[in-house]
Design a protein around this ligand. Structure first.
Ligand code: SAH
Length: 339
């Protein structure tokens, strides 16, 4: 059976037309689902009984379940169980500019980045759009507040689940629904070029982040398997096309790994690579995990790296750290609790 949170407003309109009802019914239903947040079709009070029965026959809702929540100050990690028993995590963060959620897009991940804990579990399957939508609905219900920003940076590679991720974005972006502005949504990819090429033709102003993590192929090949398929020059070329086409700034994520990619020389090489590109670089202090041998760069070297980029006129920030204590930080999701 189809899940009702899997439908865009347009698809729900088409559904009502197909059953001989009025198109505007879709807006009413969206209002119940996403504004009033009903938990069952029976609660849709001003919709006729025969239509409610029809909806109950045709659609499921809430198929994912909250299993565990761990909090530390301004961050909470949520573990969800899916209807087939698969498990995924999402992270909630309170910032001074609002509240964000980092959602997962797959169970496991096949990208095999050497430093990332999430990728130790190989991909089991893609998430359906409704399974990503429900992560947001359940977390908002838990905190009793609306979130303002969504990042698709949890477990999984979003461009390896392109259609469902785009469907998810369309659903949460809908003004008659959850209504999260496209500028408040960010997709992060390890660099799947076909995905970036498709993404530049999508409507809206959704942000793109690229997990770069190295200034050249020699280093990138060692830490990111994907670089064997899509070389750094090709990646940079397609990003330039993306910026030209969309007029949007791209974010490059760069994890600093001690003695791997954090030397001054790497910083100079990175500056040269990114010169003239409308971007900013987000330096990420590495979150160490027990199972993986990489070490975090010392703060003094992080600052040196930062200064070199800054002096080369690259827009750069150091990512504020979240969630280390509850293993909710980047690359730590599913480190414990592995299936
Ligand atoms: N597959 C997507 C999204 C998930 S990863 C991507 O690669 O972008 C989200 C970010 O966390 C990526 O930049 C990833 O490289 C980074 N990350 C992974 N492990 C990390 C760790 N242990 N510490 C800090 N960041 C990490």
């Amino acid at each position: 059976m189809r899940n009702i949170y899997d439908l865009t407003l347009k698809e729900l309109e088409d559904y009502f037309i197909s059953i001989g009802d009025k198109k505007f019914r879709a807006i009413q239903v969206y209002d119940f689902l996403y504004k009033k947040r009903v938990k069952s079709i029976d609660e849709m009070t001003n919709i006729g009984n025969n239509i409610k029965e029809r909806l109950k026959n045709d659609f499921d809702m809430f198929k994912i379940k909250l299993v565990l929540k761990q909090s530390d100050k301004d961050v909470s990690k949520y573990l969800f169980e899916l209807s087939d028993g698969g498990r995924i995590e999402s992270v909630l963060m309170y910032h001074d500019y609002g509240i964000s959620i980092c959602v997962s897009s797959q169970i496991g991940c096949n990208m095999g980045c050497a430093f990332c804990e999430s990728g130790r579990l190989k991909k089991i399957r893609n998430l359906e759009a409704y399974e990503i939508v429900e992560q947001i609905l359940l977390i908002e219900e838990d905190i009793g507040k609306r979130i303002s920003h969504v990042v698709i940076m949890g477990i999984g590679e979003p461009f390896d689940n392109y259609d469902n991720v785009m469907r998810f974005i369309k659903i949460i972006n809908e003004g008659k629904g959850i209504d999260i502005g496209s500028r408040h949504i960010t997709v992060s990819t390890c660099g799947l070029i076909p995905g970036i090429e498709k993404f530049m033709n999508e409507e809206g102003q959704v942000n793109l982040a690229i997990s770069l993590h190295a200034p050249n192929n020699e280093i990138r090949d060692k830490i990111m398997k994907i670089n064997k398929v899509y070389k750094i020059e090709k990646l940079i070329k397609v990003i330039k096309e993306y910026i030209k086409k969309t007029n949007r700034r791209v974010t490059f994520e760069y994890i600093l790994l001690e003695n791997v990619n954090d030397s001054n020389e790497c910083a100079y090489k990175l500056s040269r690579l990114l010169k003239g590109i409308n971007c900013y670089v987000n330096l990420i202090p590495y979150n160490e995990t027990e199972n993986i041998g990489f070490k975090r760069t010392k703060n003094a070297q992080i600052m040196k790296f930062y200064d070199i980029l800054k002096k080369s006129s690259i827009n750069v920030t150091v990512r504020r750290e979240f969630g280390g204590k509850v293993d909710a930080a980047c690359g730590q999701l599913r480190a414990n609790n592995m299936n």
